[in-house]
Design a protein. Structure first.
Length: 189
């Protein structure tokens, strides 16, 4: 059996093509995982945003003169919802500011024993606490998926394929201001 140089070249080209396809499919899978993970964060942030009007209405009945804290939460919620979904850094900053204003709202609520005993408020508090935990889990999943994609985009030889087909690194969902990292205290005792 006589394999010519042409046959060997064709086999090598075929192997390289298969390798490029495998790398490309891995990059597509990683990008899809990042998009899925972002969707999970988005769902949890929407859930939290939907809880806030009910929380504000409940607190309003007890603490009508604490208007500044209520308005701040409302403004931060609107700001967070106005950030385009794809702008991870801006969304993280806006959500951090919302978490801070929620923390201040709960601090105001501490001064109202009747409010702390209100079933509606307690239920909203519990749901918000659960949602904050879900946001943290979603953030960790997203950042893990972003890390995996970023490794593929930057590592050799997959970076050659990534650059050729326009794959980009994903932004991490990070909070830049250390004060924004604090989860709002939602426990009353």
């Amino acid at each position: 059996m006589d394999f010519g140089v042409g046959t060997i070249v064709l086999v090598v080209i075929a192997l390289i093509a298969v390798y490029v396809v495998v790398i490309y499919n891995g990059l597509v899978r990683a990008r899809q995982l990042v998009q899925e993970a972002w969707s999970g964060i988005d769902v949890q942030l929407k859930r939290r945003a939907d809880l806030i009007p009910n929380l504000i209405e409940t607190v309003k009945g007890y603490a009508a003169h604490e208007r500044q804290a209520l308005e701040e939460v409302t403004a931060m919620r609107a700001r967070a919802q106005s950030v385009p979904s794809g702008d991870v850094a801006a969304r993280a900053q806006a959500e951090g500011m919302l978490s801070q204003s929620l923390g201040r709202l709960f601090a105001v609520a501490e001064a109202y024993p009747d409010l702390k005993a209100n079933q509606n408020f307690l239920q909203l508090q519990t749901t918000l606490e659960t949602t904050e935990g879900e946001i943290q889990m979603s953030r960790r999943y997203y950042n893990g998926a972003a890390r995996d994609l970023n490794i593929k985009v930057e590592s050799f030889p997959s970076n050659l394929v990534a650059n050729s087909f326009g794959f980009k690194k994903a932004d991490y969902f990070e909070i830049e201001n250390p004060a924004d990292r604090a989860v709002p205290k939602v426990a009353f005792s």
